[in-house]
Design a protein around this ligand. Structure first.
Ligand code: PAF
Length: 275
């Protein structure tokens, strides 16, 4: 495994290599990330993982500063997974290249995380574009936990005609059902027992939707159940997998998405299902 810090060094290294399967991360790697790495490995391409805590996608400085940084442990995990290259650029380098790329997200007014984290997805797209321009991967591997992020990244790469295939990997969960996330380490001890409720409530939607009179009635019921148990809910919503908008009456492939705070920690999760 080679760890590369400079953009130009990376350029030279990947120039004559085979196709690249790329996994962008912000580090603090857990099994969810490693599942992405394994997916990349299965493609038999050069596996490149980036580790970069992207300041411009954070909504506030406190969140950015408290983001767990565990580079040493991350490198050990990636070495065990036989990753070929780990790219660890610094802020200065990333901020000075291609920083003119913007993607107008106004036509994708899904709300969801975009409503509550203004500028977040612009920051994600901006860094993904920079990475894709530097690395020129054939495959981009991303997790389904960040469902809206995955949707927007796919749309962006498609509209900008990047020759990149996006592969998505199912959310990895703890035994309790809690979706793996770098933010889980910030959950207060007293909240650990109720954290799995998020996924339990999504499963409730999946199993009970048909029995309910409307989408909004089950969304409200779940939101109030979470609130009763100490969550501060941002949204609980059922959307079309295809458009991420409120489904039309003949749409069958749906996704229930939730974002809620446990204390100061904001957690998101989702579940796909067909009706
Ligand atoms: O999902 C993440 O960790 C980040 O949003 C990503 C895709 C690495 C971009 O910084």
């Amino acid at each position: 495994m080679k760890t590369i810090k400079g953009i130009h060094e990376l350029g030279k290294f990947i120039l004559q290599k085979k196709e690249i399967a790329f996994i962008p991360t912000m580090g603090n790697l857990h099994d969810g990330h490693l599942a992405l790495v394994r997916k990349a490995r299965s493609l038999n391409k050069l596996v490149l993982v980036s580790i970069f805590v992207n300041e411009i996608q954070f909504n506030n400085a406190a969140d950015y500063n408290s983001y767990p940084r565990t580079l040493k442990e991350d490198l050990i995990k990636l070495r065990k997974e036989n990753v070929d290259i780990v790219f660890v650029p610094n802020k200065k380098q990333m901020n000075t290249i291609n920083n003119f790329i913007t993607f107008d997200l106004k036509k994708m007014q899904h709300g969801l995380c975009d409503k509550n984290r203004p500028g977040h997805f612009e920051g994600v797209i901006s860094i993904i574009a920079r990475f894709c321009n530097i690395i020129r991967p054939s495959y981009l591997i991303m997790g389904k936990k960040d469902y809206q992020q995955l949707f927007i990244v796919k749309k962006f790469l498609n509209e900008f005609c990047y020759p990149i295939k996006v592969l998505s990997v199912n959310t990895k969960r703890e035994q309790s059902g809690l979706a793996m996330s770098s933010r889980n380490s910030l959950i207060a001890k007293k909240h650990l027992l109720i954290a799995p409720m998020l996924y339990q409530q999504l499963t409730y939607i999946k199993t009970n939707l048909k029995k309910m009179s409307s989408l909004s009635s089950i969304e409200k019921k779940v939101a109030s159940e979470l609130e009763k148990n100490g969550w501060k809910v941002e949204y609980v919503t059922i959307r079309s997998q295809k458009t991420l908008f409120i489904p039309t009456c003949n749409e069958r492939k749906l996704v229930a998405l939730v974002a809620a705070y446990l204390g100061k920690v904001r957690l998101i999760d989702n579940i796909e299902f067909c009706i």
